[in-house]
Design a protein around this ligand. Structure first.
Ligand code: URA
Length: 190
């Protein structure tokens, strides 16, 4: 059943014409990682490299994210990464409300299948559509929000760290909290 539901989701994404972003895509970018992971990371939308490869976070921001997660001693199997929108917005602009709304049912479907315990929102777009429409990432980052059976952690988008080095230490602090919670949850399940 699980397998069929994933296949159905991938098929629906691949055929999606709900918004104009689909017209410009090379590939749809659904997600990567362990489909049964306790930790899900959510970004904004595919960039150029992601659109070309059909995989999220494989460009410069993704390389930095992988570095941070490796350094925090997360294993590749510990997490799954996806985005708010599954097609690249032209010129990497922020997705519109309409584009995000039309794409969100796919993300909700992924969350239902993966059943993560922890959801990390990478940057303000992910935080906006997942946690709080009016929230400011600079104010909300680093604080746990427990809602609907999930632990949410908003933090910076790794691309923001590439523009502003001073955010690195702050994101590192946030990821440390995620690692502590992740280890606690895994302990409970042993
Ligand atoms: N930025 C994102 O938000 N997502 C990606 O997949 C790549 C860059």
């Amino acid at each position: 059943m699980h397998m069929l539901q994933w296949e159905q989701l991938i098929k629906e994404c691949s055929n999606c014409k709900r918004c104009d972003l689909g017209k410009g895509r090379t590939n749809i970018v659904i997600g990567r990682g362990n489909e049964n992971a306790p930790l899900m990371m959510i970004g904004e939308g595919p960039g150029e490299q992601e659109d070309l490869k059909g995989q999220p976070f494989v460009g410069p921001a993704g390389k930095l994210l992988d570095l941070l997660l490796d350094a925090m001693m997360f294993k590749k199997d510990d997490y799954y990464i996806a985005n708010i929108v599954k097609c690249r917005p032209p010129g990497n602009r922020v997705p519109t409300d309409e584009e995000a709304e039309k794409c969100l049912p796919f993300l909700r479907g992924q969350v239902k299948l993966i059943k993560p315990k922890i959801i990390v929102c990478l940057g303000s777009t992910a935080m906006k559509y997942i946690i709080d429409r009016e929230g400011k990432i600079t104010q909300m980052r680093g604080q746990w929000i427990e809602k609907g059976g999930f632990w949410f952690m908003p933090t910076f988008h790794p691309a923001a760290l590439l523009r502003d080095e001073s955010k690195k230490i702050l994101m590192w602090e946030d990821l440390k909290k995620v690692k502590v919670k992740f280890d606690e949850i895994n302990q409970e399940q042993v």
